[in-house]
Design a protein around this ligand. Structure first.
Ligand SMILES: Nc1ncnc2c1ncn2[C@@H]1O[C@H](COP(=O)(O)OP(=O)(O)OP(=O)(O)O)[C@@H](O)[C@H]1O
Ligand SMILES: [Mg+2]
Length: 270
């Protein structure tokens, strides 16, 4: 896989919109200043990725984001020799670039990555802050403005796919959840353009749908899906069609569960 496809560099000019819900912005800034790595936990679509892009832009640091998957190896992060115009040339991976140039490296869904990724994370996430590149023989020392941020969703992981204590205990960690109703309403309104009042109704509906999590649903409806729903309604889709396509179909394939969700939606909007 070409390295460019796993890494995206953020535009430093604009600060992406992020509504804070607690002390997470201060905690991030402190961790950055104290050169501590950060672990974010939380359900899908609750704002983890947006938070990291917001903070990177606020601190004026380049962001190297890697979406981890079960084929991702240490070499995808550190780099590899590639054949270019008949010559083999070493090309830095996103983690190595962040260490060399300074910046924030964000490993999203880190538990998905192959085991050898922990081998490169460990010396970087304790007080050594070192990145050994076996293939080039280099030993890179992370600059003061390097920060490693990782995130995962503790909800649906297989037991074998959790982080080892020796990895977890190298990070300052924070739990994310869906924002409180007023904040979520503001987020949905700002992201979709739908008036506050209608967003408020959607957020209240989300609370009752989230109560159905557990018995039949793996995850409660995310802030992301609420934004989708509001966006479709704002664009002129009938409310029940928008709700079915964003708050029912993405959550379950089971006809009974879908019916239960639809009933709750009709009770609010029918
Ligand atoms: N606090 C927030 N401020 C602004 N927007 C938010 C916030 N929380 C959620 N959102 C909205 O929800 C969407 C999803 O958030 P995001 O992509 O950051 O989720 P995530 O936690 O990274 O999910 P996943 O675990 O699936 O990657 C964002 O695109 C944004 O529209
Ligand atoms: Mg994300």
């Amino acid at each position: 896989m070409p390295l460019s496809s796993v890494a995206t560099e953020a535009n430093e000019q604009e600060i992406p919109y992020y509504e804070s819900v607690g002390n997470e912005c201060t905690m991030f800034e402190q961790a950055f200043q104290q050169r501590l790595p950060l672990l974010l936990k939380g359900p899908t679509g609750c704002g983890k990725t947006r938070f990291v892009s917001h903070m990177a832009a606020k601190l004026g640091k380049p962001l190297f984001t890697v979406s981890c998957h079960d084929d991702l190896t240490a070499a995808d992060l550190t780099g590899r020799y590639l054949l270019q115009g008949g010559e083999t040339r070493w090309v830095d991976g996103p983690l190595t670039r962040a260490v060399r140039e300074g910046g924030i490296c964000y490993l999203d869904e880190v538990v998905e990555a192959r085991k050898d990724v922990t081998v490169v994370m460990h010396p970087l996430t304790d007080d050594r802050r070192l990145l050994p590149l076996e293939r080039t023989g280099e030993l890179l020392e992370a600059p003061d403005d390097f920060m490693l941020v990782v995130s995962y969703n503790p909800g649906y992981q297989h037991i074998l796919k959790s982080l080892k204590p020796s990895t977890r205990q190298r990070f300052v960690a924070m739990s994310f959840d869906f924002p409180p109703p007023k904040v979520e309403r503001d987020i949905v309104a700002r992201e979709s353009g739908l008036p506050l009042e209608q967003c408020s109704a959607l957020v209240n509906l989300a609370a009752s749908l989230r109560d159905m999590k557990g018995q039949d649903l793996e995850e409660g409806v995310s802030t992301r899906l609420l934004v989708y729903c509001a966006t479709l309604i704002h664009a002129g889709m009938p409310i029940l069609d928008a709700a079915r396509a964003t708050l029912v179909e993405p959550l379950s394939d089971d006809a009974d569960v879908q019916e239960g969700l639809m009933e709750a939606i009709q009770a609010t909007f029918g």
